[in-house]
Design a protein. Structure first.
Length: 211
């Protein structure tokens, strides 16, 4: 019995993905999400769920989750940027193949947004996984705030679509509840939420001005 317990205690825990695996995962997930977004926009049309394919929030999940297991802040930034910009590439490649026009200015704007958003959400994902120090809860707050700010600014104020705003806001709350259970970060995330939402609203304002 003692030997069995000792062997069990000594069993290694699951190691984080190696660097090549993280890079391939970021590229593959990014391209897949971007590629699926184009036909999903047509499928969902103008339904209340259409905001899930015509919004920034869904594209921030990939860099957040893929970069969460990065072994350093630098790696988290690079993996996040790759995942986010790969989504842009996947989306426009499929859209062009489906016969939609692709203008260079929007592509450039979204690529720049992908670099910025990927870096921020990559860091946020890693901060969520570690869940320690003064930054505890900040990673979750950044992701959740993006959904909440988009619900208010884009769907609520700019477009006047309360149904889509409710869906985006609901997803944000769900993410807070689910992700906050990791290392019990709910209260810590709530502390960061208000300034994070304000920063997110400002970011959406800048993005809308560029587009």
């Amino acid at each position: 019995m003692t030997t069995a317990l000792s062997s069990s205690a000594a069993a290694p825990t699951a190691a984080p993905p190696t660097a090549p695996v993280r890079w391939l995962l970021a590229l593959g997930v990014g391209v897949a999400v971007g590629a699926l977004t184009s036909p999903a926009q047509t499928l969902l049309g103008s339904t209340v769920l259409s905001g899930l394919t015509n919004a920034v929030g869904p594209w921030l999940l990939a860099p957040f989750l893929v970069a969460a297991w990065a072994r350093s802040t630098r790696s988290a930034v690079l993996v996040g940027v790759l995942a986010c910009t790969a989504q842009v590439a996947g989306y426009y490649i499929v859209s062009a193949a489906r016969g939609f026009g692709v203008a260079p200015v929007p592509v450039a704007v979204w690529l720049v947004a992908g670099v910025v958003g990927g870096a921020v959400l990559g860091l946020a994902g890693r901060a969520w996984r570690t869940g320690e120090g003064r930054e505890r809860g900040l990673g979750i707050a950044v992701l959740v705030a993006a959904w909440l700010a988009e619900a208010v600014v884009l769907f609520g104020v700019v477009l006047g679509h309360p149904g889509q705003a409710a869906v985006a806001g609901g997803v944000g709350v769900l993410l807070l509840l689910v992700l906050g259970s990791h290392r019990r970060q709910h209260l810590a995330a709530a502390r960061w939420l208000l300034p994070a939402v304000a920063a997110g609203a400002l970011g959406f304002g800048v993005l809308l001005a560029l587009l």
